[in-house]
Design a protein around this ligand. Structure first.
Ligand SMILES: NC(=O)c1ccc[n+]([C@@H]2O[C@H](COP(=O)([O-])OP(=O)(O)OC[C@H]3O[C@@H](n4cnc5c(N)ncnc54)[C@H](O)[C@@H]3O)[C@@H](O)[C@H]2O)c1
Length: 329
């Protein structure tokens, strides 16, 4: 049996699916999460319950921003040679309301992970979540990791860009391999209640008004969760090499490489639910971007990443899960 892999944010949407895939392949996993109430905690607990059915899974409730507790956890359950770091305060809009949560979890929390990795002998690879939101208001499409990302338009994006910069400094100074993954709008079963697909499905099911921002004139590169997990784990097995010169780190995009019209997405949900949406068009929200679209060719080169799930396959899978989980007929 190989050493355990640490998955941070294991009760979260992407962390849960990543831990599950690792456990299904027979890998030992230590999952950590502070189970905060940014969204419904019962869904985090339900995800955890599924993970806890595996004897190779250990859960530790901890806040990654607590430096001393993190060191104690690392010594007790580790040391870890491979880390998938997904714990963060997510959400663009909430960063306008509670900015301190982002500095605590995303900046101090990221530093604590870097410090733990730094002092681990034989450390192999830190893969951490960045976000497509670092591209801010960039107009050149598709977004490429070669593009400049110096103009974040939300604090959330600024903290994710900070993570990339901190990781670069640590890889340069302490020579441990790291990869930051810029995820593009992830969706699928067990998805986040604060994200569009969940909000739209709930509103249509409950016959409530469905808020659509920027009068629906938005485009998103929607990435199905199974493609994300395949990408994360393929990247994890392919750490950047240290050529003795450049910092052994890189940043990669993980998207579906298609920019979908938000209104097509809404129509697809309506079709799947067999119900019409009562749409409430609203202006653009502060901090939001109008379009995202990923260029993933570096990710394909590095790890063979190739997304295979279209929204026409993925959305029905989410809706099937939603109806079963919430007992909607
Ligand atoms: N879902 C997306 O579309 C998307 C897009 C871009 C980037 N990301 C990033 O991917 C990662 C995973 O996102 P997700 O969608 O699974 O979000 P999520 O909110 O479902 O998962 C994050 C988990 O981290 C935990 N957490 C937050 N702060 C913590 C702290 N201080 N200590 C310990 N645990 C903490 C939360 O309780 C949660 O369970 C995040 O870093 C997010 O910023 C997600």
């Amino acid at each position: 049996m190989s050493d355990p892999i640490l998955v941070t944010g294991a009760a979260g949407f992407i962390g849960f699916h990543t831990a599950l895939r690792l456990l299904e392949s027979g890998q030992k996993v230590v999952g950590i999460d502070n189970l905060n109430d940014y969204y419904d905690v019962t869904i985090k607990e339900a995800r955890l319950k599924l993970l806890q059915a595996y004897p190779e899974f250990t859960f530790v409730k901890i806040d990654i921003a607590e430096t001393e507790n993190m060191k104690v956890m690392w010594a007790k359950y580790g040391p870890f040679a491979k880390v998938v770091h997904l714990a963060a305060q997510a959400g663009v809009r909430y960063s306008l309301q509670n900015p301190y949560a982002y500095i605590s979890s995303n900046v101090l929390g990221h530093l604590n992970i870097l410090e733990c990795c730094r002092f681990t002998e034989g450390f192999q690879h830190l893969v951490y979540a960045s976000s497509s939101s670092v591209y801010g208001g960039n107009e050149k499409l598709p977004f490429s990791v070669q593009d400049r990302v110096d103009s974040p338009i939300s604090l959330y994006a600024a903290t994710k860009r900070s993570d990339e910069l901190m990781s670069h400094a640590y890889a340069h100074l302490y020579r441990f391999p790291q990869t930051g993954l810029r995820f593009f709008t992830v969706y699928g079963p067990w998805g986040r209640p604060d994200m569009a697909l969940f909000i739209f499905t709930k509103a249509i099911c409950e016959g409530e008004k469905l808020p659509v921002f920027n009068n629906g004139e938005m485009k998103r590169d929607f990435t199905y969760i199974d493609d994300i997990v395949s990408g994360v784990l393929a990247v994890l097995e392919n750490p950047p090499e240290d050529n003795g010169k450049d910092a052994p780190q890189r940043v990669l995009n993980i998207g579906n490489t298609k920019s979908e019209d938000l209104m097509d997405f809404v129509r697809l949900i309506e079709k799947e639910l067999g119900k019409s949406a009562d749409i409430d068009f609203k202006p653009m929200q502060a901090g939001d971007v109008q379009e995202t679209y990923a260029d993933v060719h570096e990710t394909t080169e590095v790890a063979g990443y190739k997304p295979t799930t279209s929204i026409y396959e993925g959305v029905p899978k989410f809706i099937e899960w939603y109806k079963e989980y919430y007992k909607v007929s």
